[in-house]
Design a binder for this molecule. Sequence first.
Ligand code: PEP
Length: 249
Amino acid sequence: MPTPLIAGNWKMNGLLGESIERVGALAARVAAEPPHCDIAVCPPATLLRPVADALNNSAIALGGQDCHAAQAGAHTGDVSAEMLADAGCRYVIVGHSERRSDHGESDALVRSKAAAAHSAGLVAVVCLGESEAQRDAGEALAVVERQLAGSLPASVSAADTVIAYEPVWAIGTGRTASLDEIAEVHAHLRRLLCGRLGEEGRDLRLLYGGSVKPANAAGILAADEVNGALVGGASLAVDDFWAICRSCP
Ligand code: PEP
């Protein structure tokens, strides 16, 4: 069983003072009572360097929320994977549904971003998940299968990639997929990963994301083939995020 990962996606939230206070409080709890999981926080790009400095000597890793597929160049407003690594990141989220919908990101673009992450020595957290209409139409498994095939680069390995299954209808809505729904999709993803990577596919971490809260975390994290969570809203409150980390079996 791979060590679970709890990753906090702060999205476009956080100013300097409150953010340093938040990670300081989290780091103190992790140091006092190490949980049974790896932990990462993914603040906005403006906060990466100060948060990296605040996390110095902490077991908490840093992640970016997105990267450009190119290493450098004329891409106003974008950040490369190499820049994220230079700022102290170990992870980068790619293909989050908000990027896919707000910026029209395709599986092919997500795949090239994940490849760029690997080239920069980062672990790519590749997000995928069906919409509500796709689930209602009985297409959830086919959608995630297509996204997985399209979004993973040739360089994928258990060490350099994490998959986050995030049903779009559960992100930021307060609705969570049922344990049966999560187990069905995760089992399917695991089969596909083992088909592609052989035995190594068992070690690639599969996270669930979508309104994970302290109240539902223990059940989700104990479900078959769930190796952690990608947490949005609840990662902004130290007590809630810490309670989720502590829920890892
Ligand atoms: C996310 O942003 O990846 C997410 C899962 O958000 P939330 O936990 O708020 O649903």
